[in-house]
Design a binder for this molecule. Sequence first.
Ligand code: ADP
Ligand code: ZN
Ligand code: MG
Length: 498
Amino acid sequence: MYQSFIGLEVHIHLLTKTKVFCACRSAFGDEPNTNICPVCMGYPGVLPALNIESMRMGCMVARSLSCTIPRETWFERKQYFYPDMTKNYQISQFASPLGQAGWIDIEGRGREKPIKKRVRIKECHLEEDAGKMIHTGTVSLLDYNRAGVSLLEIVTEPDMETGEEAELFIQQLRRLVRYLGVCDGNMEEGSLRADANVSINLPGRGLGKKVEIKNLNSSRFVRLGLDYEIRRQAQFLDEGKEVVQETRLWNENRDRTEPMRTKENAQDYRYFPEPDLPVFTPDAAFLKSVEDALVELPLARFKRFMDEYGLTEEQADQLCEEKALSDYFEAAVRAAFKEGLAKHDAAERIANWLLGDIKHILGREGIPVNAIASFRLGPGRLASLVVMIAAGKISGKNAKQTVEAVIKEDKDPQSIVGERGWEQLNDPKLIAEAALAAFAGEADTVNTLRALIANPDNAKEKRRRALTAYLVGKVLAATGGRADPRIAGAQVEELLRR
Ligand code: ADP
Ligand code: ZN
Ligand code: MG
């Protein structure tokens, strides 16, 4: 009965080698206070210099979110005091964010009904991160390694309505920035953090008084926190009370939001243009380098995989989870197609290998899925293997052994199969010979079977099948496991009826 409005502010750490305004290393997990210098420590008299890679990566995200990059973009000082920010101001963007007025489509299955929605992006702006405070007992420690790390803030319009939509937005954005290679998307380490803003109101009355839930470090908490907050605010309105505009925190141990502070306004920060940094005017070469670095977006690729390759939603989703995996998949399908396999057949076989055995092996070998490009069984090799299987040249069991050998010896599947003599036997004449030999050693079984065939008896059908399978097994064994089981089966049936 109430309408709800959700807007997200997502902060992502950009994967630049150095910080945004100085040459310090930008890395997670280093010894505290080793990646610092007078600039990121805010010493008087030092001058910041813009890291162009931060600007480029920020613009890549902006363009992937269909934002416009303005002709001129600059920085402001956002002033506030905080122990993890030694300058007492943060260099950020206010009046001319690097990305403006964009959108992203989110789509997913949803718990109750499918979600399909366009979320408008208000802006993307570049800023520096603050240091990290670690509170232990009665002391607070400060690690400034993170101070000055490139941070891109992505701000949406309040276009989402449920916790679930916001969760999906975060998941899709996370996939997008990982596809672009500009952020590792690690929410636990804080490389991607979200503040969620939410208000509710009677339908048609527009936005309500918003509450901001700060620093959500998992997409699940985004959903839980928002759903909780929507319920809490609805109860307030039901009771005729007013919602207070404030900042709250999600308490994951108690599954509820709790007040943190009443929200400050933009005026409180006294933004003014950063005098130590020139206005950035992207030139044609810069803009081209941004466009050249863009990639097919994960959602588009997911849909194309279903259309083009006939994959199921589940398969396409799993393959598109990592760009490297989806790239590998397409390269393998292309190679198998070149070797003569039909596209959908190749896709189905390769998807099954990738999502089954190969994912399992990667896990066993400790190779992250996004490093699959360095896996010894490359896309060309998997394609050859699949082509051999499709042509009946190799049995399923030997195919698995071939994969293991390729990984161990770093050789092509064809060489392995050749060296090991694993080529499947599918010459009916040779298999018939093996069958004859097997029959000679199994006279009793053969006689029993022939009697069962001569006098068909439904009650003994099960026994007939079991004995036949036993004989087929003997024939396979006689060929060292190389005979095509289907041909062996046919030969046995034929010999029995002779
Ligand atoms: P602030 O100045 O408080 O940071 P902004 O206008 O920059 O507010 O918006 C911050 C985020 O809050 C945006 O994602 C925006 O969509 C969202 N937002 C703003 N007003 C509301 C509201 N009344 N209800 C829900 N979300 C809102
Ligand atoms: Zn520094
Ligand atoms: Mg804001």
